[in-house]
Unconditional design. Structure first.
Lengths: 351, 351
DNA sequence: CAAGCTTGCTCAATCGATGAAGCAATGTTG
DNA sequence: CAACATTGCTTCATCGATTGAGCAAGCTTG
């Protein structure tokens, strides 16, 4: 173990300059690759390079960034790491940032508006050039903080009014999913009965849009949707579980189908279902707005909406590189993925 | 949209000093809370505070950290965000770091040793006080880079020889899981037949240890394990799928049970299984070294090993705060979680 | 009322890297 | 060989925040 000593004093360009018998600015130009323009001899450059390696020199970014104008830092806040959707957003974001010579800083804010703001402020302090607020609970507060500090920002997944936003076409995706579920329900039970909507926050834009699609799909088939069928109980698994339990103490008949608003809510729905099934067999039609490959493989009867992460992240970098587009909100289409992987054009789903 | 202008010049303490008709050092001490010790009047402090808010002042961390000795930055690299294990490690790490007044920087390196090193170097440049290498492909190279730069480091999930390591007790967990699977296989098929091991890299410590447990569990029941039953084909889902396809072209009899080395490999196994089932029903006994709540809820026949993330991350912070422990490698016990949530002491599993 | 203390600030050096400006030594040209 | 160009460096100011040292004005005390 070589860790005991605590943090040793780090080697600086001055140390190297002394060792090489030269000046700090020569060392600096060699180590940042600008030595040819600065007419440093190859000989000296090689000596410095060798010394740097020997001494384990590492650039002090703090000092370097302080001096330079552009930070090359790009920040992202993300609500959770507990699902594949945000996971793939972060992986792709980091990848694309790095391939553009940017250093990505990502932090997870647990859907906590206070933490979101704190994290945004921290990133601004670290001089990020851009801040991408993913699924932010209060995107506009974040935008305000960014604007006040002269940092450009961008909303992903959940829209705001003060920065360009890139989101899924939640309305269409939800309507399509609802149609499919109603269709599946009819095949299974021989009747069109209203679904239950579980999960999400009534206050967030995506949930509101998905609810609109959910409502419209019922409406177009002439199905009356009771108000108590909408359980926007938040995103946590336990909340979905509890909300369903409470609903069922009031209602006698268990629902024949459910629209679940995220994979994490699906977790709650499934654990509630498991308890229900202890009494009697019970197989409601299930759909989830969000996609998880393991769910797709394990239960081909669960319909899922897959959001187009590559297009969304690409759109974000387009704005970063080429400026905002005409629309304040870019809507990216989603794809309905049956558990079995079959994909039908939605217009035929109920035909 | 207020983003068009590009990044405005950021407000500094000098700007505020000018506006307040005072000195930069007064402003600095007010904004970092040390103004009482520096005998600044409450009146001036309030004026500065108000101005800072008005002007949207944000501390320049680069400058601040350059001047101070401690950076309060703590770095973590993590292989992937595509599973709940690493996801929960990162969430908990960020949480615990923040509650200790540290700023967490996390980056995902896709199991790519080059990217791991590059990311480590970047974090060192950003002056992290500690670097936690999670599931690193080449932990010792990272430790070397850290040591050369005087940065303390720590291995999580996969051990190294140059820094303290915190890992799961892979051997015991794997042996227990294998026992359970063999037991389940006997119940199902009335005979003890060897399992297939799928996923992971033969070169990594965890896979090696799990294989050892896998072997020993077979051995203690006197089951001969053919060499071709071990498919350490890497972690990606497609690789597991392909490896199984290839194995099956050689072998006539499909395996009756499989030990899958990660949830991402499970994805590949399940997609292979789906194709197999097109021909005839086929229900091998399945177990996975790693835990996913949706898998647990969707298929109660899949046995899973849950690693103890809270204890692991806690152990990491113990070392950071109180120095390394006597053991170079801390092994944290795992828990065998039946799909149905039932937990049996493993010694009775086969009794 | 002089000596000393307290209050409320300011000054200036510093952290490490950067790059414009400058300078000495050599090489080239008319 | 003087005038000029080129090569290969060094010097120094700078980025923004921090902090030890210092200083002037007011207050207290013997």
């Amino acid at each position: 173990m070589a860790n005991d000593g605590g943090p040793a004093k780090r080697t600086t360009i001055y140390d190297l300059a002394q060792l090489a018998g030269t000046s700090a600015s020569a060392v600096s130009s060699v180590l940042n690759g600008k030595w040819k323009q600065r007419r440093i001899s190859t000989q000296l450059a090689e000596r410095i390079e060798r010394l740097a390696k020997e001494q384990g020199y590492a650039l002090n970014m703090q000092a370097s960034l302080l001096r330079r104008e552009e930070s090359h830092l790009i920040g992202m806040i993300v609500p959770k790491y507990d699902n594949r959707y945000f996971g793939s957003i972060v992986e792709l974001f980091e990848d694309m940032a790095r391939s553009r010579g940017l250093f990505p800083i990502v932090t997870c804010t647990r859907r906590d508006p206070e933490l979101e703001l704190e994290a945004a402020r921290a990133m601004i302090s670290h001089q990020v050039g851009w801040l991408i607020a993913t699924g932010a609970t209060n995107p506009d507060r974040i935008s305000e903080v960014c604007m006040a500090a002269g940092v450009r920002s961008l909303n992903l997944d959940l829209p705001g009014s003060l920065a360009p936003s890139i989101i899924s076409d939640n309305y269409s995706g939800a309507r399509e999913l609802t149609r499919r579920l109603l269709h599946n329900g009819r095949l299974k039970y021989g009747a069109l009965t209203p679904l239950i909507f579980v999960g999400g926050r009534a206050s967030d834009h995506n949930t509101a849009e998905r609810l609109r699609g959910f409502h419209d799909a019922h409406l177009e088939l002439g199905i009356v949707l009771p108000a108590e069928n909408v359980l926007t109980c938040g995103y946590a698994a336990e909340k979905a579980d509890r909300a369903l339990s409470e609903l069922m103490t009031d209602t006698a008949t268990p629902p024949r189908g459910m629209f679940v608003n995220s994979t994490i809510s699906l977790e709650g729905v499934l654990s509630w279902l498991r308890r229900c099934r202890l009494d009697r067999p019970y197989e409601p039609v299930l759909g989830c707005f969000d996609w998880d490959p393991l769910v797709a493989l394990l239960d081909e009867n669960i319909e899922m909406v897959r959001q187009d992460v590559p297009r969304m992240v690409q759109a974000a970098f387009n704005i970063i590189e080429h400026g905002p587009s005409a629309e304040a909100i870019i809507q990216v289409p989603t794809k309905l993925v049956g558990g079995a992987g079959k994909a039908e054009p939605h217009d035929q789903a109920l035909s």
